[in-house]
Design a protein around this ligand. Structure first.
Ligand code: FDA
Length: 322
């Protein structure tokens, strides 16, 4: 007999397991190095990742732009531990900026991908270089937020660079207790604030779990930033939150955009775009999709079924679903 309680429990257990799997570097290395596992799991990742090459993401970006969406592009990766590799990553981002001719585009990045795991000064110098290149093209650089152990260093780097380049924005995770104060302080800086719930597994004294309390906090943060007239990206797929923000009249404001990850709730984003709301799709590409895929499955365990179907029939992910 179908028992909704045990199904919900199994889904919650799967989500926790996937978040642990995401952090397991040995497992990740095994997948990346395996000639059998890598291509198989890539089929599942393709629902959320445009492909392995820059041009894969740019082609999708052009298609979405023609349909009236803004785009945010990321060469996917994090925790790069050698200065040479951080340089190569920065060069890839510079090439991406140069190749992206779509107006008002955003380039998203993890600071630990371009230097933070080596040294904060290296991250700041690469970020400055990228911000200058993006400013010439009219693009924004959006810094993603990583595990809470890095939050202070990420915010410090952001503050250093956004003073010179107002086209640099920052992501804030509503699930962290500290974010109340961080959001208030960030209103004194010019960059766009992207509000997310938070994807990383954190200890209970640092973050609150998914649930009504987190949803209430998320709404509170949005209200605070919107009412200050500060540029904001509402980055959630939560339809109830979107409906509430729409009811409050926030979504049509010029400082506000709604941003969703490629492949997740395209139906909802399409409806918002049809209502004249500024909508942005977050596109990723590259070979480092392992952590990204684990997060997307953990956030919504029914995606595990979708992943199995995509592995069996990869044609399912060939069309852009917007
Ligand atoms: P929540 O997880 O509560 O889900 C609400 C509803 O949305 C679900 O019931 C389901 O209907 C739908 N949904 C959510 N996730 C889904 C999925 N994977 N598949 C299908 N449906 C789904 N995090 C972070 O820690 N640092 C960062 O820098 C970023 N950056 C970022 C940028 C952008 C543009 C987005 C949209 C998100 C991020 N995130 C992030 C991820 C974010 O923290 C969060 O984990 C996800 O957005 C999922 O949370 P929701 O707000 O969608 O709500």
């Amino acid at each position: 007999m179908y028992d909704p309680t045990s199904v919900a429990r199994a889904a919650a257990e799967a989500a926790e397991a996937l978040k642990s799997v995401a952090r397991d570097q040995a497992l990740k290395a095994m997948v990346m190095d395996s000639q059998e596992l890598y291509p198989l799991l890539l089929r599942a990742a393709r629902r959320y990742v445009c492909g392995e090459e820059r041009e894969d993401a740019l082609a999708t970006a052009r298609e979405l732009s023609a349909r009236g969406y803004l785009v945010s592009l990321e060469f996917i990766g994090e925790n790069t531990h050698s200065a040479d590799e951080c340089r190569r990553t920065t060069d890839e981002f510079l090439d991406l900026i140069a190749a992206c001719h779509l107006p008002d585009s955003t380039i998203s990045l993890d600071l630990s991908h371009v230097g933070l795991s080596v040294d904060s000064a290296l991250a700041a110098s690469h970020l400055t270089e990228l911000a200058a290149a993006a400013a010439k093209r009219g693009h924004t650089i959006m810094i993603s937020m990583e595990e809470s152990s890095k939050t202070d260093r990420i915010l410090d780097t952001y503050r250093k660079v956004t003073g010179r380049f107002a086209n640099v924005g920052i992501t804030i995770q509503a699930h962290l207790y500290r974010s109340d104060e961080d959001v208030r302080a960030l209103l004194n800086y010019p960059g766009r604030i992207r509000l997310v719930k938070g994807a990383y597994q954190e200890p209970p004294d640092v973050a609150i779990p998914r649930g009504s309390e987190l949803d209430r906090r998320y709404l509170e943060f949005v209200a605070h930033v919107v009412e200050a007239g500060h540029p904001v990206s509402i980055a959630t797929h939560d339809e109830r939150i979107i409906d509430e923000l729409k009811r409050r009249g926030y979504l049509g404001m010029p400082s506000v955009m709604v941003e969703m990850l490629y492949g997740i709730r395209p139906d909802l984003l399409r409806r918002l775009r049809a209502d004249g709301i500024k909508t942005q799709v977050y596109l990723t590409y590259g070979r480092e999709w392992y952590l990204y895929l684990c997060h997307r499955l953990a956030e919504y365990p029914p995606n595990i079924y979708t992943a199995v179907a995509d592995i069996v029939d990869p044609r399912r992910t060939e069309t852009v679903p917007y």
